[in-house]
Design a protein around this ligand. Structure first.
Ligand code: NAD
Length: 269
């Protein structure tokens, strides 16, 4: 009963972006298990996530949306309000990453750690998805919270890469985008504090998902990371769920503008 009072999400509507796989999929199931109706916003279909939510006894539906497209974002949020009546929680999670150097010299050996030199187009696409996409979703959802006087919770996906520069891969665009997410979060938390909307970010270390596994990551890079984990392994996506549940729930009523790092000690070393 006490735990339900602190962490229960019965009657809440939670939107999860990038919920068709990886962390977003696991968090969709976790939020549904805590009682929320979950709306999965993703570019590709989310049949598997919906099946997992339903197997767990929860309720979910899917809306197709590219979070970098303002018109699609606004249409998506309006559609959710029409169907579910309100949004209480946004897990702003969709993201991407490249391992590319800013400068590759002629003949330079990259040893499987990086995939060449980043183009301006690639830089822009990482910033667009990771930072602008989260901003567009946060603004569209917060507008509905303000209109409906919902004291909601927005959880922006950052990364330990917003605080440290993890090596040996090069990912200036990713690191800059996640540092931007952390400070955007603090800025929006202050801007929307008067409405009772809480805005926080989550900064995981390495998490075992498609983004951190072959073919996206070369075996040479996995081998280089291996000795660097203080807990001797990557996180399982399930291990982020308690932090998400805390930030989403009444338990975090006095937590806003915070960045919660769940990195197995990586940033301490
Ligand atoms: N895996 C890690 O080690 C790790 C560590 C720290 C932070 N993160 C962050 O966690 C989030 C989820 O990552 P993941 O590991 O589950 O990766 P993932 O690649 O499995 O999932 C990313 C999801 O975002 C979606 N997406 C990408 N661009 C989109 C767009 N324009 N519109 C809508 N959806 C889009 C993808 O389709 C996918 O469903 C990302 O923001 C990532 O930066 C991941």
């Amino acid at each position: 009963m006490y735990l339900e009072e602190l962490f229960g999400l019965n009657g809440k509507v939670a939107v999860v972006t990038g919920g068709s796989r990886g962390i977003g999929q696991v968090v969709s199931v976790g939020l549904a298990k805590a009682g929320a109706e979950v709306v999965i916003v993703a570019r590709s279909n989310a049949d598997e996530t919906i099946r997992l939510v339903e197997e767990a006894g929860g309720k979910a539906y899917f809306v197709r949306c590219d979070v970098t497209d303002e018109a699609q974002v606004n249409k998506t949020v309006a559609g959710i309000i029409a169907r579910s009546g309100k949004i209480d929680i946004l897990f702003n999670n969709a993201g991407t990453c490249y391992h590319k150097k800013a400068i590759v010299l002629e003949g330079e050996e990259l040893g499987g750690l990086n995939d060449g030199e980043a183009t301006l187009e690639e830089w822009n696409s990482v910033l667009n998805i990771n930072l602008t996409g989260e901003y567009l979703m946060a603004v569209a959802v917060a507008r509905t919270m303000i209109e409906k006087k919902i004291k909601g919770s927005i959880i922006n996906m950052a990364s330990m890469s917003g605080t440290i520069v993890n090596v040996p891969q090069c990912q200036a665009a990713y690191n800059a985008s996640k540092a931007g997410v952390i400070h955007m979060t603090k800025s929006l938390a202050i801007e929307w504090a008067d409405y009772g909307i809480r805005v926080n970010s989550l900064s995981p270390g390495y998490v075992r998902t498609p983004m951190s596994q072959p073919p996206f990551v070369h075996q040479e890079l996995l081998d280089a990371w291996d000795p660097m984990f203080p807990l001797h392994r990557m996180a399982k996506p399930e291990e982020l769920m308690p932090a998400v549940l805390y930030l989403a729930s009444p338990a975090a009523g006095y937590t806003t503008g915070s960045d919660i790092i769940v990195d197995g000690g990586y940033c301490c070393v």
